[in-house]
Design a protein. Structure first.
Length: 260
């Protein structure tokens, strides 16, 4: 059966993207769209095609067989909280200084944080997720340290006791932590229990810890508790927050970032 013009164009784009990935590693979706002179949504639809040899993870185009790579989901693409995550991360990135030693947590929020860091700022960063590492590996003045261990595809993270020992030995001056839920009484929580000891070790190790979330996480509880909220020097919240919700957290050092 002869391919339609649209299918032929998609095949050409997929071939070009595969060549770019093979030559230079993970390719930002934004850059792929620019190189191929199409929209980012077109790239995402190409990646979701059954015949695609590529996948999407953390805003990057990856070879489909890489650990943690998943077929792109339009439900994920339409994440209504993405803009607010970006706002929170842009605010939190203002708290980073040249030559800081950072721990950057996992999750879709923290991809925006890694991208928000000034590109040429000299930093040392330890992380444990492939999507964060993919962003940081392209920074020319960043010393990147990746914790190893068993890979967990659900969050694209690695975990092991040796990795925790490695983190404890490093010592970082600032830890940037994500959360799936913030409750004024029951603290910060997430969905994956294997992340808890890593987050807790980073908080213990760091001179200062910061929490970075979008407004949808406020008043939410997830199964895995990892920290009381008073452990954080500052909490960056992206998006418009109702006055009644703000009141619940009024004793905490929250900074609200919203679109102008």
């Amino acid at each position: 059966m002869r391919k339609t013009a649209g299918a032929e164009a998609r095949a050409v784009r997929l071939t070009k993207m595969q060549e770019l990935v093979e030559a230079g590693g993970p390719l930002p979706i934004k850059l792929a769209a620019h190189r191929l002179d199409v929209t980012e949504m077109t790239i995402r639809r190409d990646l979701s095609a059954p015949e695609s040899p590529l996948s999407a993870l953390g805003g990057y185009v990856l070879a489909a067989l890489l650990p943690g790579a998943e077929r792109y989901s339009l439900d994920e693409a339409s994440d209504q909280h993405a803009a607010n995550k970006r706002l929170a991360c842009e605010r939190a990135a203002e708290w980073v200084q040249p030559h800081d030693s950072l721990f950057i947590d996992c999750g879709t929020t923290m991809v925006h944080f890694a991208e928000a860091l000034p590109p040429d700022m000299p930093l040392s960063v330890v992380c444990y997720s492939t999507n964060i590492a993919a962003v940081l590996s392209r920074r020319p003045n960043t010393q990147l340290m990746l914790m190893g261990g068993l890979f967990h595809p659900s969050s694209a993270t690695f975990f092991s006791d040796e990795g925790l020992q490695y983190l404890n030995k490093l010592g970082v001056n600032k830890a940037f932590i994500s959360a799936g839920g913030l409750d004024p009484e029951r603290g910060a929580s997430c969905s994956n229990f294997h992340e808890v000891p890593v987050k807790q070790a980073a908080i213990r190790s760091a001179s200062q810890s910061f929490l970075v979330v979008d407004e949808s996480k406020l008043g939410t509880l997830r199964p895995a508790f990892f920290s009381p909220l008073d452990a954080f020097a500052r909490i960056a919240v992206g998006g418009v927050v109702a006055a009644a919700v703000k009141k619940q957290f009024k004793q905490l050092p929250m900074e609200f970032a919203r679109a102008s």
